[in-house]
Ligand binder design. Structure first.
Ligand code: NDP
Length: 392
């Protein structure tokens, strides 16, 4: 019996609230707070169980502290934006509250993902006897758990890892992003980076691609090499990795629009003077693009996210592919969201469940791959994200 406080009432926050509500034995009281309270109320109205709602500016630590002291949560689930991570962690430290998020901290003025800012909180969480779990979404999140599951049950050592995120769905819009447009475009337009033989190698944005044939006759898509935050933590926690890469699929249509938007400066994140005021072009673009939440009823098809893991077992080389396939339409039917929000929100709920049930414990700041994968993998099957392993 626990009280959970979810911060952020966007696409992911909505799924987290729906999924926590499905597990009343663990999440007996659910609070949902965000910058715009009406969004929390609209989500609460979709859910049969009572969800308490509140308004909060998560960049304002005293305001957050006051809310946490009122709600007294056993755990705070942060599914606001990466910019809020450190402020929310500060408020958790001040109030003695456990913390979970799905994306690592990013400063607003540089598109840079690095765990160093959040890892720096380890000692302070540890001294207070508190646990903070970072990156409990799908990627990061499930992808790290998948990797550790293969390492635990199929291989003695993991040498090569390819995380492959494919979206074979279609929302029918000329151009839209499946999650927060600002975060998505910052991520996609950044330089690629991968780990090889003990060092990081950098590539120009989206300059390396190859075709990938998805299982279960989902077809073949072009996947592009990108940098993604779980590479940093996996390389640190699985030191035997010789190479770790992250790939994501994009349609030609998405890339064509992105190229034009970049060429005309619409993806810039530095302030531009316009009509006597400063605007950030990417934030203005976000205001023009479809709200990812509105894509739910429009999106058809499936996502396929998984890990191709090569290593050795009893001295023999082996390669396994572990993956989940998720249907946009089935997600919408269940929780009124498309699969991108669903595949993030379900692991956030499961990570919270692991912590509240005492299956995942620790004092300090942890990444997903530091925990036992087995109970989490079992719950993926129980809560809507079943997985398969095949030997390649
Ligand atoms: P949305 O933009 O849909 O939602 C973000 C929510 O946070 C909005 O409700 C927004 O409020 C709220 N918010 C923003 N700033 C503040 C603030 N200062 N105080 C309080 N609330 C605030 O994003 P998503 O739901 O798509 O993404 C949520 C998180 O999930 C992001 O961090 C994203 O990076 C992460 N993510 C992780 C993935 C993974 O697999 N690990 C995959 C996809 C996303 P308002 O409505 O007022 O704007």
């Amino acid at each position: 019996m626990s009280t959970v406080l979810i911060i952020g009432a966007g696409g992911v926050g909505s799924v987290v609230a729906h999924k926590c509500a499905q597990v009343p034995d663990v999440f007996s009281t659910i609070w949902l707070a965000s910058r715009t309270k009406t969004k929390c109320d609209a989500i609460a109205a979709q859910i049969e169980r009572p969800i308490q709602t509140a308004q909060v500016d998560a960049d304002n630590v005293p305001e957050l502290v006051a809310l946490i002291q009122r709600v007294k949560p056993d755990l705070l689930i942060n599914v606001a934006l990466p910019y809020q991570d450190l402020h929310i962690m500060d408020a958790c430290l001040e109030t003695g509250t456990a913390y979970l998020d799905t994306a690592n901290y990013e400063p607003t003025d540089v598109a840079k993902f690095e765990y160093k800012w959040q890892w720096a909180y380890h000692d302070r969480f540890s001294e207070k006897g508190l646990m903070a779990l970072l990156g409990s979404g799908f990627d990061p999140g499930v992808t790290s758990v998948f990797t550790m599951y293969i390492k635990k049950h199929y291989l003695d050592e993991v040498h090569y890892l390819d995380i492959i995120d494919c979206n074979a769905g279609n929302h029918g819009q000329p151009f839209a992003t499946n999650f927060n447009p600002e975060i998505n475009i910052r991520e996609v337009t950044a330089k690629g980076r991968f780990w090889e033989n003990g060092e990081w190698k950098e590539t120009m944005p989206l300059s390396i691609h190859e075709p990938f044939t998805m299982p279960e006759e989902l077809g073949t898509l072009n996947i592009y090499l990108m940098y993604h935050e779980e590479l940093e933590s996996l390389v640190r926690h699985v030191p035997e990795l010789k190479r770790a890469r992250f790939w994501m699929s994009f349609s030609d249509n998405y890339l064509k629009h992105l190229e034009v938007l970049q060429n005309v400066g619409m993806t810039r994140i530095d302030p531009v003077a316009y009509n006597g005021q400063e605007i950030i072009p990417l934030q203005f673009l976000k205001a023009l693009l479809p709200d990812p939440g509105s894509l739910g009823p429009l999106t058809k098809g499936k996502t396929c996210i998984g890990c191709r893991v090569t290593g050795v077992k009893n001295g023999e080389p082996k390669t396994y592919y572990i993956y989940n396939i998720c249907s946009h339409e089935a997600c919408y039917a269940e929780v009124k969201s498309q699969a991108i929000s669903y595949t993030t929100g379900v692991p956030a709920m499961i990570g919270a469940k692991m912590m509240l049930e005492g299956k995942w414990t620790g004092q300090g700041v942890f990444n997903m791959e530091q925990m036992d994968p087995d109970p989490f993998m079992e719950d993926l099957n129980n809560f809507g994200l079943p997985w398969q392993v095949v030997e390649l």
